[in-house]
Ligand binder design. Structure first.
Ligand SMILES: Cc1ncc(COP(=O)(O)O)c(C=O)c1O
Length: 488
């Protein structure tokens, strides 16, 4: 049967339940084996560009193909081109996890295939979104007046926050567009994520409308410089409308001073959006709650369960105290989408998209399967592992930390005393390429004030102390190899 065409394939309708069960068992068995040993694969795919395109036919098949053949091809052709984000030694960017309870929730959501655009198009999908985001809000210690909406990514959550800010500043904008209105200015730190600038591009504010406020020596937005920039723009005839503060910047995970920034926003009547995509989740821990100080005064904020809450990508949680403005910015109901229910939320009213996946289901599975204490235990372990790694760096001659470590991301480099400037940058770039080529660990980089910086982020649910130790040994061995082969 494995490599034969089944009768249902040449008839009408879908795969029958018995066949689904058969292939479903096959797939679930494969997933279970894979999750028990993702380190059986090189963490960073070794595929060359175009390899898969060259392997697969240029045309879709005319006739049905056996399910067994499709699954065999998944293993043989697709897997070599996969970079394994589930690998316990994935330390690049922000490490994430497709946890088993999350995968089960995702499977059921795929099976139900509901579109949660209106309450009536799946009441439970809408209400579970309200309930799970309420749970998450309380876990984060946010005030009850924050209303949550699930989007796919933090980039879209921030786009929605900035669109709402624009709507609050210029209510006529949704009718007239921006032409004839004063030029808008949006403020964020020079360390803010590129999604902020992309939101400005998308919303017609343009890159010239984005003011990147300098950061201090700990990579936090300089609030005094923010105040000066707003004053100068007001005097020059611009229209400041929004500040985006970051809790957990992408490069170093620094935390902007949200409370003083909220004061400035209040003085100038500006919308405050907080990008806590990364730093919001660890703020569940009482000892990290400081990271959200002042966030209760934000107009909107984003946290990303798909970053560090073991949630299969994608799921971003957007919260706002001013849901009425978000609705004003986006709600547009054609006749075919009107419905008679009152006192219900139709989530299509709170963003640009109509169709919506049932993402809340996987978050509900995760919050219940781990519970608050289970989540806290795992987050604390990741913090411990990252600090351990940082202590190894600090305790070793020739290696140095390049930024504080408030969470579980470490910025560091190899810095032998006889080298500096560009030579050190080149050396560290080579070290990163060398250690990643070995396939045992995957780290990424950033550039801080012109310094090429290695970055290790702990966040995968399967990562252990042994894995972090292997990363440390891996970079040290790479440093030796590269130093020996490079002319000084
Ligand atoms: C601080 C911060 N904000 C936003 C984003 C964008 O996240 P997403 O991929 O969910 O759009 C990232 C990505 O790493 C980030 O680090």
């Amino acid at each position: 049967m494995r490599n034969e065409i089944e009768t249902w394939q040449t008839g009408h309708g879908d795969m029958p339940p018995e066949a689904f069960e058969h292939w479903g068992e096959d797939v679930v068995r494969w997933i279970a084996e894979y999750l028990s040993q993702p380190e059986g694969f090189p963490v960073l795919s070794r595929a060359r560009p175009g390899a898969l395109i060259d392997t697969l036919p240029g045309e879709a098949p005319d006739d049905p193909e056996p399910m067994g053949t499709i699954l065999d091809d998944f293993r043989q052709s697709i897997l070599p081109g996969i970079t394994h984000w589930n690998h316990p030694r994935f330390f690049a960017y922000f490490a994430i996890s497709g946890s088993a309870p999350g995968i089960l929730g995702e499977m059921l959501a795929a099976a139900l295939n509901v579109n949660a655009m209106l309450w009536r198009t799946s009441p439970a999908a809408t209400e579970l979104e309200t309930v799970t985001l309420g749970w998450l809000r309380r876990l984060l210690g946010l005030p009850d007046e924050f209303v949550g909406v699930i989007y796919d990514t933090a980039s879209i959550s921030t786009l929605v926050g900035v669109a709402a800010a624009r709507q609050a500043a210029l209510p006529e904008v949704r009718i007239t567009g921006l032409s004839g209105l004063p030029p808008l200015c949006l403020y964020c730190s020079e360390q803010a994520h590129s999604s902020v600038e992309k939101a400005a591009i998308t919303l017609g504010i343009g890159q010239t409308g984005v003011r990147k406020i300098p950061a201090d020596e700990r990579y936090r937005m300089d609030a005094a410089a923010l105040r000066d920039a707003i004053t100068a723009d007001n005097a020059a005839g611009f229209r400041p409308f929004c500040v985006v503060a970051t809790v957990g910047t992408t490069s170093t995970t620094s935390v902007d001073p949200v409370a003083p920034i909220a004061d400035i926003c209040a003085d100038h009547d500006l919308w405050l959006h907080v990008d806590a995509a990364y730093g919001g989740i660890p703020a569940m821990l009482p000892e990290k709650r400081w990271a959200l100080a002042g966030v209760e005064r934000a107009d909107s904020l984003v946290v990303n369960p798909h970053k560090w809450l073991f949630t299969p990508i994608d799921l971003s949680a957007f919260y706002t105290r001013r849901a009425d403005i978000v609705r004003e910015a986006f709600s547009l109901v054609p006749a075919y989408l009107t419905s008679r229910e009152e006192d219900v939320i139709n989530y299509m009213d709170y963003g640009p998209q109509l169709g919506r996946r049932f993402r809340a289901l996987k978050l509900w599975f995760i919050l219940r399967a781990y519970g608050r204490t289970g989540i806290e235990r795992r987050l604390r372990e990741h913090l411990r592992l990252a600090h351990e790694f940082a202590s190894w760096v600090e305790g070793t001659d020739d290696w140095e930390l390049l930024a504080p470590v408030p969470f579980a991301t470490v910025c560091f480099r190899y810095a032998p005393r006889d080298l500096d400037g560009d030579a050190l940058n080149r050396l560290n770039e080579e070290i990163l390429a060398d250690v990643n080529a070995a396939g045992d660990v995957f780290l990424s980089h950033t550039v801080l004030q012109g310094v090429y910086t290695l970055r290790l982020s702990v966040g995968n649910i399967r990562t252990t102390e042994q894995d972090v130790l292997r990363a440390w040994e891996g970079v040290r061995r790479a440093a030796e190899r590269v130093s020996q082969s490079a002319p000084r």
